[in-house]
Design a protein around this ligand. Structure first.
Ligand code: GRF
Length: 184
């Protein structure tokens, strides 16, 4: 069974979707702990509800020392709003993946839904990719396409992309759990 550590900073809807897939036995995995940089993150309450240890870490050395207490296969970033340093990525030495609300390599970084609207693209979406020291640039593991409508706002587009994110993240994790190789 795939042992996951989830990192996040705020709302945690992707985290909840992953936990739901696990609880419905669609995803053969377990979340061994959740790490956040935000003591107010809703992800802490979600963790408590599901009996998962939650750790608030202010610094990368703290993250490394928390991780040393767990056996895990993979770190899944789900709305983690800090950039991981190359030093941390190397120190972890295990795959780290992330979900981003655009069709990478378009619209990296912050506010990708706004970037998509400003650019006028007709299709955007979401991407699960391997985390590397270059932000939003690692190998793409899965994508979902979302149409952009003429009357879309950042909020309406973000909502539709998020629905696809929830399905995409679990489906990529299912492929990994079924033994698809994941190179770092
Ligand atoms: C998602 O749109 C994710 O793609 C981005 O941050 C948002 C997190 O939402 N990286 P949530 O915390 O999973 O609800």
């Amino acid at each position: 069974m795939l042992q996951l550590v989830v990192f996040g900073s705020n709302r945690g809807s992707n985290y909840e979707a992953i936990l739901q897939s696990i609880e419905q036995k669609r995803l053969s995995a377990a979340v061994v702990c959740m790490i956040t940089n935000n003591p107010q993150a809703r992800m802490i309450a979600i963790s408590q509800k599901h009996g998962i240890p939650a750790h608030v870490c202010d610094s990368e050395p703290e993250i490394i020392s928390v991780l040393a207490n767990y056996e895990y296969d993979l770190i899944a970033l789900a709305g983690y709003m800090k950039i991981l340093s190359k030093k941390l990525i190397v120190a972890v030495g295990k795959p780290i993946i992330n979900i981003h609300p655009s069709l990478l390599p378009s619209f990296k970084g912050l506010h990708p839904q706004r970037q998509a609207l400003e650019y006028g693209v007709k299709y955007t979406g979401c991407t699960v990719h391997v985390v590397t020291p270059d932000v939003d640039s690692g190998r793409i593991l899965g994508q979902r396409i979302v149409s952009v409508f003429p009357d879309d706002t950042v909020e309406s587009l973000s909502t539709r992309i998020l629905q696809e994110e929830h399905e995409l993240y679990s489906s990529v994790l299912m492929e990994i759990a079924q033994g698809d190789s994941l190179k770092i």
